[in-house]
Design a binder for this molecule. Structure first.
Ligand SMILES: Nc1ncnc2c1ncn2[C@@H]1O[C@H](COP(=O)(O)OP(=O)(O)OP(=O)(O)O)[C@@H](O)[C@H]1O
Ligand SMILES: [Mg+2]
Length: 422
């Protein structure tokens, strides 16, 4: 095998709690995305035999076609990860991971006689325990049974992938996806004992959006998770300072009013007088401890709680700047200013738009973080939002795979290099 072959067959995979992003180096800038979930079909049913479905688990774009309108859908639909972690003995969850991985590889496998398998770079949460690495490597091996799909594989932590994509050896990566947020200082390698993890991501903002929709009279829509997510992405705004933004909205209602239509349906959503609540959505993702949210908690909205998964604590309510400070302050004093001067925000939950005409009132994530840190007395902060933050982990996987020489062998002590299957 040659360096040249490797370079043209790098394949990135970002295992997210909500979405799985994957694709080979040749795909360009944007990977494929499917939901991280699998549906277990009742294989013994006569219909599935007649229809020629011989799989046990379905994943990917066709999954919705298999959903039966039955009550046990909830039980058959398996989301394998919680906060980026798959439990060691959760057999069905691992089956879904295997199926997702297979689906990704098969959809790009070439008939080309020169195809000798991909060089797979997979990315897991920085808090992922070692058994996840072992089980994933085993899965790659099992998938090779019929045809060589994975020639070699390596696994890197998501925040490191982001640092690699930005070619920044010293930084703090804040990776905020759907289900969780990882704050990870990096000095060449992730500083593991300084990592702060939150049990919160874009899904928390969905919860609040759902409450807002209920209050505005869209109770039926509020129950549909995917729709709520779309509404959040379209109407949610991130205020610089919440009080100022609410005040502005009260004085200039026409500036924040918005009406959206859901494509392919007759649904129209207009928050009317309550349009100022758009600012609550972004604020909640960054700072759920703001007193304004108390009334929602009192009315029964669930609070993001602290959880312990494996050996890791995930905090529910810590605000994002507090989490950054906590992580940085676990590092050496000499390093701290360098970390504050390179904060990289990555993950879908940092995609907040700052529409024209609302400058300074609705801001982007980097501006919000700078403001929050300044409020806590930290100056000289430099923060950037990764370019297309949802895909930066995947991009880092591709850059890493391209750069690591094909003959550099995997070492468990350092957790780097290629594990070979050929
Ligand atoms: N324009 C937007 N405004 C606000 N939020 C957005 C926007 N676009 C995407 N998001 C949110 O980003 C989240 C998905 O991010 P991402 O794909 O990084 O998560 P993930 O990798 O599946 O999860 P995790 O990293 O927690 O395991 C969703 O909650 C989604 O609603
Ligand atoms: Mg992710």
């Amino acid at each position: 095998m040659s360096e040249e072959y490797k370079r043209s067959h790098v394949f990135g995979m970002d295992y997210g709690t909500g979405d799985f992003k994957y694709g080979p180096i040749t795909i360009g800038e944007v990977p494929e995305v499917i939901e991280s979930r699998g549906y277990f079909i009742e294989r013994s049913s006569i219909m599935s035999r007649i229809m020629g479905v011989d799989r046990e688990v379905v994943v990917g774009k066709d999954l919705p076609l298999f959903l039966e309108s039955r009550e046990d859908v909830a039980e058959r639909l398996v989301y394998p990860m919680k906060n980026g972690i798959v439990e060691r003995n959760d057999v069905r969850a691992w089956q879904v991971i295997k199926e997702l991985t297979n689906y990704a590889l098969q959809s790009f496998t070439l008939d080309d006689p020169d195809f000798k398998g991909f060089y797979v770079v997979a990315s897991l949460a920085v808090v992922a325990p070692r058994y996840m690495y072992e089980q994933l490597f085993d899965i790659f091996g099992e998938l090779n049974a019929e045809k060589m799909l994975v020639r070699a594989a390596t696994i890197i932590p998501q925040p490191l992938a982001v640092a690699i994509a930005h070619k920044t050896p010293t930084c703090v990566v804040v990776e905020s996806g759907h289900g969780n947020t990882q704050v990870c200082p990096i000095s060449m390698y992730p500083i593991r004992n300084a990592v702060v993890a939150l049990n919160r991501g874009g899904s928390a903002a969905n919860t609040l959006t759902s409450e807002i929709l209920k209050d505005a009279g869209y109770g039926d829509l509020a129950k549909e998770e995917k729709l709520v997510r779309r509404v959040k992405e379209q109407i949610g705004l991130l205020p610089k300072r919440l009080e100022d933004s609410i005040d502005y909205a009260r004085r200039n209602p026409e500036k924040v009013k918005t009406e959206i239509r859901i494509e392919g349906t007759r649904i129209k959503i207009d928050l009317g007088e309550e349009s100022w609540t758009r600012f609550l959505i972004g604020e909640y993702a960054f700072n759920p401890g703001h007193e304004i949210f108390q009334s929602y908690f009192k009315r029964g909205m669930p609070r993001p709680g602290d959880v312990k998964i494996g050996d890791t604590y995930f905090y529910g309510m810590t605000d994002l700047s507090e989490a950054i400070i906590e992580a940085v302050e676990k590092c050496s004093v000499e390093l701290q200013p360098h970390l504050y001067s390179r904060i990289i925000l990555s993950g879908g939950n940092f995609n907040w738009n700052a529409p024209k005409g609302l400058e300074g009132i609705a801001v982007t994530s980097d501006e919000k973080i700078r403001y929050m840190l300044k409020e806590k007395g930290i100056e000289n902060v430099q923060a950037i939002v990764a370019r297309e933050p949802t895909y930066s982990v995947w991009r880092g996987c591709i850059v890493y795979g391209y750069a690591v020489p094909y003959d550099f062998k995997w070492k468990w002590e350092r957790m780097e290099g290629w594990l070979n299957y050929a």
